[in-house]
Design a protein around this ligand. Structure first.
Ligand code: NAD
Ligand code: GLY
Length: 355
């Protein structure tokens, strides 16, 4: 096994993100030191379960945990009330209590769903994240945001519920379909744009796939700092939403068939084009961002109608009803927040190339 990195997330209580190759096999022993002697319900989707559920359950059993598991249909379209309710009923039928734990084994959909179930079942039980997508490793497994989608939009029902531990086995990325590697790459490029030009440049020099552990460590360290400054997303943490306000609207307009990272890539490209055309960002910034996104096989154009995008954006939770907070780049490595009302938003979309 290669080296194992540990990053402490400074929330209350604090917890560790452990990153390394081959960690699934001893996730039980690692969780034992944090969780003690509870029962664990492992939640996984229908793609991840055949690949990794048995390894994780065996490791947990070997460490002395009583284990049960729940498998639900894969895909963003299932991040909804129906699946949440099924997970909660399963926890009740399995007679778990608030002293027990849910482990989310999978991508961001599993983490968001299982995390929200853990946050609400018997007013909150223990929770652990075992991310298996690049996107979940670098972003969604850390920071405690949990949610499901409503008809009104993405992540409209949710809460903050920090995990007790995050165990990221980078070997699991070897089974990811190419489009999921690309999707995760979008969130990685995001970190470069919002906070670290050197990191951004490095993504053009050496591919992410050649150094997963180092890249995950770098992104999680950046996220740690944003979360430490603003756990509840009222200030600096909002920079992590770069590309997301337009991206979430694109996801919704696609009927949730567009992978999250593809939608974020489209959102980052569009907002960067608009920011440059408004003279907010340094000349050439949008082109550099688009070039990097294309290098990782990500889309940069949005073909949904501007009016549909506008409707979706105005109901997004990043909207306060009358205005939407947009994260816009000033240059690579630094962003700022612009609040836009409906009329201004329309101009942003137009300038971003959305017809
Ligand atoms: P996902 O969980 O749907 O995973 C993507 C696909 O990959 C799924 O089909 C899944 O079954 C499959 N998969 C997962 N791991 C695999 C593996 N190792 N091998 C083969 N297939 C595998 O989606 P995602 O891209 O991981 O996450 C996107 C979700 O995360 C969105 O719902 C988004 O809103 C949410 N998100 C949440 C946060 C947060 O802070 N909570 C941050 C970013 C994104
Ligand atoms: N992915 C955005 C956040 O965690 O705040």
């Amino acid at each position: 096994m290669s080296s194992v990195q540990t990053i402490e997330i400074h929330t209350a209580p604090a917890y560790e993100v452990t990153i390394g190759a081959g960690l699934l096999r001893d996730c039980g022993a690692r969780l034992k030191t944090v969780l003690g002697g509870c029962r664990i319900a492992v939640a996984a989707d229908s793609n991840v379960a055949p690949l990794y559920l048995e390894t994780v359950c065996a490791s947990l059993r070997d460490a002395g945990f009583a284990v049960c598991s729940y498998v639900f249909p894969a895909g963003e379209a299932h991040k909804n009330f129906t699946t949440l309710s099924a997970i909660l009923e399963f926890l009740a039928e399995s007679q778990l209590t608030r002293t027990d734990c849910v482990a989310a084994l999978g991508g961001g959909v599993t983490g968001d769903l299982a995390g929200f179930a853990a946050a609400t079942y018997q007013r909150g039980m223990g929770f652990a994240q075992i991310p298996t997508t690049l996107l979940a490793a670098v972003d969604s497994s850390v920071g405690g945001k949990t949610a499901i989608n409503l008809r009104a939009g993405k992540n409209q029902l949710g809460c903050f519920h920090q995990p007790a531990a995050v165990i990221c086995d980078t070997d699991t990325f070897s089974t990811l379909p190419e489009r999921e590697v690309r999707s995760g790459s979008a969130e990685i490029i995001k970190y470069g744009v919002i906070g670290d030009e050197g990191f951004f440049e490095s993504l053009g020099e050496e591919p992410i796939s050649a150094r997963y552990e180092a890249v995950v460590e770098c992104c999680v360290s950046m996220k740690r700092d944003f979360v430490a400054r603003d756990e509840f997303d009222r200030g600096d943490r909002r920079y992590l939403n770069f590309g997301h306000t337009i991206g979430h609207a694109a996801e919704r307009c696609s009927g949730y068939t567009l992978p999250h990272g593809y939608a974020v890539a489209m959102g980052m490209a569009a907002i960067s084009r608009a920011a440059e055309s408004f003279g907010i960002s340094e000349k050439g910034t949008a082109e550099r961002i688009e070039k990097m996104l294309k290098r990782y096989g990500l889309p940069t154009e949005i073909n949904f109608a501007r009016d549909d995008m506008l409707d979706a954006m105005l109901s997004d939770k990043k909207s306060d009803g009358s205005s939407v907070a947009l994260i816009v780049p000033e240059r690579i490595g630094r962003c700022r927040i612009e609040n836009a009302g409906a009329a201004e938003l329309c101009e942003w979309l137009k300038a971003g190339g959305i017809k």
